[in-house]
Ligand binder design. Structure first.
Ligand code: IMP
Length: 430
């Protein structure tokens, strides 16, 4: 049962790409199971930066197979660009390394156009989406109008489905948003180019492949995108993404049973960030927030937007641990806190005159919650070369141990910089 899920336990951008990259060197398969090109996983290997939006982070290891399973919304333009860039850099030389499910949802340019047009029209009530068409693509799936990856290889089905879908989409584009309608013949021609490029990666049944691999005791890493608090059902609705980002989604999106999962690793930044709109109790609009943003290079890997920054929120993390069933934590970017005189951890909220450690279930309550902090001493040393916990200054060591004990969850990994080697392994992975 060597299935392991890696998920973000905050609002995304926790540093999952690096952990998955390091973990995937020990994995036989890495599976993406939800989200789409709204994700941006930044990997730094030998000083070279690679940003992946759709291809699983395991692609950097030639012996690790990468699967894009049913739950993903596949932007065919983006993935073709990504594959080309990987190949130019000497990666993905064997097309058998990447498998794309025939039942994944295809995301086309009209999904992006609709997403962007809606956001523009929303004016003061923007969600702050990435504009990558994620919402409209998942809407198509839920309303049973989606084009599936396998449909691309069947011209008559593709045309039939596109005509039906565009009937509605063009009405919205033209009459609701004042945009140019999409011409079906033009679109089919465009799609044909991407289909040709993607043919070698086609897989009829990724769920069965994963099942077979699990049976053969292969090590499988399920790579989550975005973060817990962006979950469609359990996040800070409506300021969420359109997929389920919590651990249970790994089973749903890839078509395996929950009893196949051995471990759920929650990736947690040592502070909190959020992109887009929505409540954020520990947000800082001061010098410390600026320090986190600048030192931590907190700009979106997908949109380049500046991320909002704030202190680590243990109330939110306890919620993430609970709803994901997180068994182990990876604490990322602790080096960003170097140089801060004092470090605060939010341990409870004051809400409607009461103190609570339970994460509010409605964004209205979350917006009213006032964080209550525990303050500890910071450190000034550069810790980016630390190889073991003992190499850290006493204040950093006690911060790690305080976070672990407050959360009642072991911290297996501590990351002290963006590079692969800047990682302290407290416990082995599998
Ligand atoms: P969408 O996923 O593009 O629809 O955007 C919905 C919300 O999720 C917005 O607040 C985005 O900023 C946020 N979001 C989507 N993907 C990511 C991600 O990978 N990291 C952080 N935030 C994200």
């Amino acid at each position: 049962m060597p299935g392991l899920i890696v998920i973000g336990s905050q609002w995304g951008d926790e540093g999952k790409g690096k952990v998955v990259d390091v973990f995937s060197s020990q994995s036989d398969y890495v599976v993406r199971y939800q989200g789409g090109a709204n994700a941006g996983h930044t990997l730094i290997v030998d000083g070279k930066k690679t940003v992946l939006h759709l291809v699983p982070s395991g692609v950097l290891h030639p012996n690790t197979k990468c699967i894009i399973s049913t739950g993903v919304v596949l932007d065919i333009e983006t993935i073709v660009e990504e594959i080309k860039a990987l190949k130019v850099n000497g990666l993905l030389q064997d097309s058998k390394q990447l498998l794309i499910s025939d039942t994944a949802t295809v995301l086309l340019r009209y999904h992006r156009e609709l997403d962007q047009a809606r956001e523009k029209k929303a004016e003061h009530e923007k969600i702050g989406t990435t504009g990558k068409g994620i919402g409209p693509a998942y809407e198509d799936r839920a309303s049973r109008k989606a084009i599936l990856f396998g449909d691309l290889f069947d011209p008559s089905t593709l045309r039939e489905k596109l005509v039906k879908s565009l009937d509605e989409k063009n009405y919205l584009l033209e009459h609701m948003y004042g945009k140019k309608p999409v011409d079906v013949d033009e679109l089919i021609k465009e799609i044909a180019v991407y289909t040709e490029e993607l043919k070698p990666y086609r897989c009829k049944n990724t769920s069965y492949k994963i099942h077979q691999a699990l049976k053969a005791d292969k090590k499988i890493l399920f790579e989550g995108a975005q973060g817990t608090l962006l979950d469609l059902l359990h996040g800070t609705y409506p300021y969420v993404t359109s997929s389920s980002t919590i651990a249970g989604s790994a089973c749903i999106g890839s078509g395996i049973g929950p009893n196949q999962i051995q471990k759920v690793v929650g990736i947690t930044k040592a502070y909190t960030t959020r992109v887009g709109s929505g409540p954020f109790p520990t947000e800082l609009d001061d010098e410390v927030g600026n320090h986190m943003g600048t030192v931590g290079k907190e700009f979106g890997a997908t949109t380049g937007r500046k991320r909002r920054c704030g202190w680590l929120d243990l109330v939110a993390l306890k919620y993430a641990i609970r709803i994901n069933g997180i068994t182990n934590l990876a604490l990322m970017k602790i080096d960003v806190l170097s140089g801060l005189e004092n470090i605060k951890l939010c341990t409870s909220y004051e809400l409607n005159g009461e103190i609570t450690t339970v994460y509010p279930s409605t964004p209205g309550d979350l917006a009213k919650a006032k964080p209550i902090y525990k303050e500890v001493k910071g450190w000034s040393e550069d810790i980016s070369e630390a190889k073991a916990l003992q190499d850290l200054p006493a204040e950093a060591r006690s911060l790690v141990s305080l976070i672990g004990s407050e959360l009642g969850t072991p911290i297996d990994v501590v990351s002290v910089g963006p590079g692969r080697k800047q990682t302290i392994w407290v416990k082995p992975l599998f």
